[in-house]
Design a protein around this ligand. Structure first.
Ligand SMILES: [Fe+2]
Ligand SMILES: [Fe+2]
Length: 291
């Protein structure tokens, strides 16, 4: 399988070494078997065939290939969410088989990693309500099984501290961040190293809005980003946002997924934000950080 590996360089003055990571975002592995109900298998089949199969290859079969690319480039694989499309047992077994464990990976949670969309797809509207898409029950049920892929078992906030830079990962799949995540970011900033933030949902940017409207419609564009029109920041998220943009923050870039389009811009005209294309389309991005 021939993958499309895009390349981006982030320049940081004063670095003595070069650092590389491969962003793999939104692979959307959709794998089902007899452990899933017939309704579910039937209901998601078209989605699996139409969106998450590339040249006849289901995207769950791309996982080892992406990881081989990271290895051959000597780059840290960083997953920015939606690695699975629905958290079935069989999809999880693929992760279990191939996904490296920390510190050899950074795994960020996406909204699909812990949610079924049975209601939205009309699979089960008798027993499942609309709220089940992002229910506490699903979060509590599926969060623990992914914890081993996060640094210190913490998907909520995590970091890898390299010699000269820090990779910091946050779960912001509901378009909000909380005070513990803000405090963690502030504590990292005190280490006086450049920080790159990884999260699933991007932050609102003026130039990102129109491409999002083109891809997801006005409603999607307003709801898929932090600080979007229909997802205004709560007080704790505002604290995080202010800390990120403050002159003391040391945040030099944000790398996000979720929107399935490659797009680079500046948050508030200050911090570069890189959105990755969906890995389900065979695309990943190799970042090199150097002086
Ligand atoms: Fe996605
Ligand atoms: Fe997503």
């Amino acid at each position: 399988m021939c993958l499309d590996i895009r390349k981006t360089t982030i320049k940081v003055d004063g670095l003595k070494k070069e650092y590389k990571f491969l962003q793999i975002s939104d692979l959307h592995m959709l794998k089902m078997d007899e452990r899933d109900s017939e309704a579910r298998r039937k209901g998601y089949k078209k989605r699996a065939d139409d969106y998450f199969t590339l040249n006849g290859v289901p995207t769950y079969d791309l996982l080892p290939t992406f990881l081989e690319v990271a290895k051959s480039e000597n780059a840290l694989p960083i997953f920015t969410g939606d690695t699975v499309d629905i958290p079935t047992e069989s999809a999880y077994e693929v992760l279990d088989k191939y996904m490296p464990l920390p510190p050899d990976v950074m795994f960020i949670f996406g909204n699909h990693d812990w949610s079924f969309m049975d209601y939205i797809h009309g699979i089960d509207r008798d027993t499942v309500t609309k709220d089940d898409y992002w229910s506490d029950e699903y979060r509590q049920k599926y969060y623990p099984r992914y914890q081993k892929f996060a640094q210190n078992g913490n998907l909520h906030y995590q970091a890898i501290e390299c010699d000269e830079i820090i990779y910091a990962g946050f779960d912001n799949t509901e378009n909000q961040l909380d005070q513990s995540q803000c405090d963690f970011l502030i504590s990292l900033s005190k280490k006086q190293k450049p920080i790159i933030i990884f999260c699933h949902n991007p932050f609102y940017c003026d130039t990102l809005h129109q491409p999002l409207v083109d891809r997801w419609g006005e409603r999607g564009a307003n709801s898929t980003v932090v600080n979007g029109k229909s997802s205004p920041m709560n007080e704790q998220t505002k604290n995080f946002y202010r800390a990120m943009l403050s002159p003391d923050s040391n945040v030099i870039a944000v790398v996000a997924g979720h929107v399935h389009i490659e797009h680079d811009d500046l948050i508030e005209g200050k911090i570069p934000q890189y959105c990755g294309a969906g890995a389900y389309s065979g695309i990943a991005r190799l970042f090199t950080i150097k002086a």
